[in-house]
Design a protein around this ligand. Structure first.
Ligand code: FAD
Length: 411
């Protein structure tokens, strides 16, 4: 059997795996990425947050993305019947990037993977990690290809960026039920032949069609648009038929988009992901760290998935580089506590979205520009800025404001 030894083994070549790999390679460490599929491959998660632009820039992955001419995302629009709330990332409390992209992930992830290969990182495509044995911080990983061939990789550290593959959570029994309510989603891409000209055609929109149910519309620069419905699992399951029939029926709930997408062909059979929220018992252990979706996934409503994937992978890669350089690393403080801080802020916003407190704030008129810019900073992914009271007091700020608005409207 073939054996190879490297400093760091990374499972998965999504944005999380590519950011870690680019950083560690920059630091002169030997890296092996193992990727189960062949790229380009479809994955959901197409609306990015400005925060992740910092990560791509820091590891030298921004230029390859700029060359792709993806649709620019300068904010986000939320609509509920006739009410509209528009966030503009240039009007946010925290300093930082004012824009990002709306991306078909097959192209986006391939651009990242191609670039790290060009820089000299080895990605083994169509090889899946099937087993890992740890001896202290050292590990022996078994990988398998489609023909059943096996190889072993010895590594001093493993970063699990396997997304919904959740390799280490499964192998090491780290899965934990998410505290969020059970929600599901059904989505596809369409050839957006009725796309209106101008901003209306390209703006990313979250259309609230029922208090707990919303539709995303994410237009891409290639003329296609991603559409998806998100809601409680029992709501999604209440629709009968195949996924095309289910999604076609659900789209009728959108007054705003019904005509645009009526009769438009789906580019693939809609995919349904049930109970998508995931959590884990721990984010690291001796010789490994979990990053991106293989650790925690909350909810798509604020597009935080990729930003967390790249934040966690960059922080983890920095800690791995220091540890392999002989430094003592406090993983609990420097990794878990940091990631948990951001996850806790977004968890509060996700919860408050579904309690409708956040919707009360979004659609209340007249708008309060000072509050709006603080919430806008959160929606841009700047959830570690504790000078922002809507970050620091995330568990109370939204509900208190919504309470005040309701009291006011009763007077
Ligand atoms: P992935 O991008 O999933 O990459 C993991 C890689 O690991 C894959 O390529 C996979 O093939 C590989 N792999 C898996 N198992 C193995 C194995 N055994 N061996 C080797 N390789 C393996 N996020 C956003 O930021 N914006 C959004 O708009 C958004 N919308 C979403 C909508 C829905 C309905 C859902 C469920 C999620 C959404 N997300 C969104 C979240 C987003 O999908 C993820 O957060 C993001 O893709 C995580 O990136 P990653 O690199 O961790 O994992």
């Amino acid at each position: 059997m073939n054996t190879k030894s490297v400093d760091v083994l990374i499972i998965g070549a999504g944005p999380s795996g590519c950011v870690s790999a680019a950083y560690l390679h920059q630091k002169g460490l030997t890296v092996q990425v193992i990727e189960k599929s062949k790229f380009p491959r479809f994955v959901i998660g197409e609306s990015l947050l400005p925060r992740s632009m910092e990560h791509f820039k820091e590891v030298g992955l921004l230029d390859c993305l700029e060359a792709m001419n993806f649709e620019k995302k300068k904010g986000a629009r939320f609509i509920r019947n006739e009410e509209v709330c528009l966030f503009d990332f240039s009007k946010k409390y925290t300093e930082g990037w004012n824009w990002t992209w709306q991306v078909p992930r097959a192209d986006f992830d391939k651009a990242l993977a191609d670039e790290i290969i060009r820089k000299g990182v080895d990605i083994a495509f169509e090889w899946a990690v099937t087993d890992i044995k740890f001896e202290g911080t050292n590990s022996k990983t078994t990988i398998k290809d489609n023909q059943g061939n096996e190889k072993t990789i010895n590594a001093k550290f493993v970063i699990d960026s396997s997304g919904y593959g959740r390799v280490l959570p499964r192998l090491l029994d780290l899965e934990k039920p998410s505290p969020l309510p059970k929600h599901s989603s059904i989505f596809t891409h369409v050839k957006d032949s009725n796309r209106p000209l101008g901003k209306e055609g390209t703006i990313i929109t979250f259309d609230v069609v029922k208090p707990q149910v919303w539709i995303w519309v994410i237009p891409f620069s290639n003329g296609n648009t991603s559409i998806g419905v998100v809601g409680p699992t029992e709501f999604i399951e209440s629709y009968k038929g195949n996924t095309t029939e289910m999604l076609s029926e659900m789209l009728k709930l959108s007054k705003h988009y019904y005509n645009r997408f009526k009769g438009v062909d789906f580019l693939f059979d809609p995919i349904c992901i049930k109970n998508y929220s995931k959590s884990v018992k721990q984010l690291y252990g001796e010789g490994y760290a979990l990053t991106g979706n293989s650790s925690e996934f909350l909810d798509p409503v604020f597009s935080s998935g990729v930003a967390f994937a790249t934040e966690s992978s960059l922080v983890a890669a920095k800690l791995v580089a220091r540890q392999l350089n002989g430094e003592k690393v406090d993983w609990e403080n420097e990794y878990t506590n940091h990631i948990k801080k951001g996850v806790d802020v977004f968890s509060s916003y996700v919860k408050e979205w579904y309690t409708e407190n956040l919707q009360t704030l979004f659609f209340h008129r007249p708008e309060n520009p000072e509050i709006k810019e603080k919430i806008c900073a959160v929606l841009a992914g700047y959830v570690w800025d504790e000078t922002n009271p809507f970050v620091k007091k995330h568990d109370r700020a939204v509900s208190s404001m919504a309470h005040l608005i309701r009291m006011e409207s009763q007077q």
